[in-house]
Structure formats: C-alpha cells, structure tokens
Design a protein around this ligand. Structure first.
Ligand code: PGA
Length: 249
C-alpha cells in the first residue's frame, strides 16, 4: 500500500516563540496513525523543531536547499547541513521558489540529483499556472516539469520521491482544484511515471495535492484514489486545522 502523507509548509511564517507554540500544540494532538506527518519550518527554526519533535512521530523537513555540496553561496543551505541536524527530507520546486527566486526546471533537476545523492527524501512540487489551465496546456506543462526535473533519475531513486501537484492558481487563493480535477491530474501523473519507469514505481509513488486545502475540503480531495495526501500551506499554521486535515485522510 502506498504511503499517506500530510505535510505542512510553514513558509516564511512564525518567529521562534510562535514556532515553539505551534509545535507544542501539534504534539498535544497525540499520534497520527496510518499517516506520515511532516512539517517544514523556515530554515533558522529547523534545529529547534527537530529538538522539540525528537520524541514525536512528526518529521521535520526543509523548505529548500542548494544544489551544490558546499561553497560560496551566501544565504544558502546544503543537503549535508540539513542532514547534520537530523533533517532528511526537503521540499523542492515550490511554485514560490520558481516564481520569486527564478528556480528553473534545470536547476531543480540539479537540486533533486543532489538530494538523491545524499539519500534524502524529496517532496517535489510542480503544477500549472491559471493561463495554462485556461489554454488547456496543464497536462503538457506538468509533463514537461516532471520530465525535466525527475525523469533522468534511475528507478532506484523513486523510493525517495514524493510528488506534490500544486496548481499555482490554487495556492493561497482560497481556490482549490475540484476533487475531480485533482484526481484527473494525479491519474495522468501516475500514468506518466508508469510510462517512463514501470507499473510498480508508479503504483508506489505518493502523489500529494496542494493548494488551499482546508479542513472543510480535505476529506473530499483525499477520498480520490490517486490522491495520497496533501501539502498544506495556510491551514498548516493552525494546529487544530492541520490536525483536522490529517484526520481527513
Ligand atoms: P496553501 O499553500 O495551502 O496556503 O494554498 C499550499 C502550498 O503552497 O504548498
């Protein structure tokens, strides 16, 4: 059976104290049976989060990392730095990184390769913009993003890849893809992976949906057969909301 995953991307939110409070509130929720729960605080709070969640099933993951092993890249963090503090999973390719920090598919392919080389898990984000969907280019755009960044990986790397389909028009907008739109795209993605690799790789890869997932809509989206969980932004900043989403799976 495929893994079920709910991951919270806290983005550039919460100071040190607020981070501690959110973690404490999440820990107070108890255990999350049958679902992998991950949270991605901003990089300066990763150490704090790892320490605070050491005795919990909640995994701390990074929001980003650089493709180089080390060197003169002011402001960046590397795979080995993340691993040295106990972070073994990282979000790559988020649409905000693509849009505001000019991350291209080519650069993302390098980041993914570096993460895989370090045996890190990658939560790889991709998705079309509104104009792409309006012009019925969404399948083509998604295929191109996946093919450029991931389809050079060997079969063996796929055990460490989690896909996160996040239509850009649904992120932080309150607008979600309908459960049917999500299912249609997720089935298409699984088909692409099957074509490029094989049925077993496709069957085993978790495909998360992201974009305005809330406690009110999570259950319907997660009920679709090819939706294996969610990547949650805004609603992950509130422990009650996030826990309700986790319970919807
Ligand atoms: P949102 O963000 O849930 O606030 O739309 C999702 C994301 O950016 O991963």
């Amino acid at each position: 059976m495929r893994k079920k995953i709910v991951a919270g991307n806290w983005k550039m939110n919460n100071n040190k104290e607020e981070t501690a409070q959110l973690i404490a509130a999440l820990k107070a929720k108890g255990s999350f049976a049958g679902v992998e729960v991950k949270v991605a605080p901003t990089s300066i709070h990763l150490v704090q989060a790892v320490d605070a969640l050491i005795d919990s099933a909640i995994e701390v993951i990074g929001q980003n990392m650089h493709q180089a092993t080390n060197g003169a890249y002011t402001g960046e963090i590397s795979a080995s730095m993340l691993q040295s503090i106990g972070v073994n999973s990282v979000i790559l390719g988020h649409s905000e990184r693509r849009a505001y920090f000019n991350e291209t598919d080519e650069a993302l392919a390098e980041k993914v390769a570096t993460a895989v080389k370090h045996d890190m898990e990658v939560v790889f984000c991709f998705g079309e913009e509104l104009a792409d969907r309006q012009n019925e280019q969404h399948f083509k755009v998604v295929e191109e993003q996946l093919s450029k960044a991931l389809f050079s990986l060997p079969n063996t790397a796929w055990g460490k890849i989690v896909l996160a389909y996040e239509p850009v028009w649904a992120i932080g907008t309150g607008e979600t893809a309908s459960p049917e739109q999500a299912q249609e795209m997720h089935a298409f993605i699984r088909g692409l992976v099957a074509q490029q690799y094989d049925a077993s790789v496709a069957e085993n890869v978790a495909i998360l949906y992201g974009g305005s997932v809330k406690s009110a809509n999570a259950q319907e989206i997660f009920s679709k057969p090819d939706v294996d969980g969610g990547l949650i932004g805004g609603a992950a900043l509130n422990a009650d909301d996030f826990f309700a989403i986790v319970q919807s799976i």
